[in-house]
Design a protein around this ligand. Sequence first.
Ligand SMILES: Nc1ncnc2c1ncn2[C@@H]1O[C@H](COP(=O)(O)OP(=O)(O)OP(=O)(O)O)[C@@H](O)[C@H]1O
Length: 128
Amino acid sequence: MGSHGKRKAISLLDSFSFAINGIRIALLTERNMRIHLFSSVIVIGSSIFFSISTIEWLIVLIVIGGMLALELVNTAIERVVDLVTEEFHPFAKQAKDMAAGAVFIYAIISVVIGMIVFWPHILKLLSF
Ligand SMILES: Nc1ncnc2c1ncn2[C@@H]1O[C@H](COP(=O)(O)OP(=O)(O)OP(=O)(O)O)[C@@H](O)[C@H]1O
């Protein structure tokens, strides 16, 4: 029972380590992932600077987390497609383009949400 519990704990630790490894590889190999991370740092810095409210923090964190997670899924889809075929295939193109489309939609919505959250703070700053 004890050793079973220990095995489970180790395997959970392994899962974390695999997940961290996936994030590390994506950051090392994908320029877009680095751009998203850089943007996230800027947004978090701005959030601290403007002392945004708790609800605004929740929205900002959901948007940032969703963007980084979606970019990871996009990269994973690209890897799997490349693994399946290195030849030109219309389905390979569709899969990659659709995954890129998902990231694009989220990115546009993120910018709109960013404007809704930060615009009042920017106006307030400019009016003093
Ligand atoms: N095997 C393939 N068959 C057909 N079209 C492909 C294939 N591989 C890639 N493409 C097309 O070429 C584009 C560029 O592919 P690539 O593998 O460079 O990924 P990407 O979309 O540029 O990703 P990123 O810039 O995020 O790394 C894809 O979006 C897709 O339209």
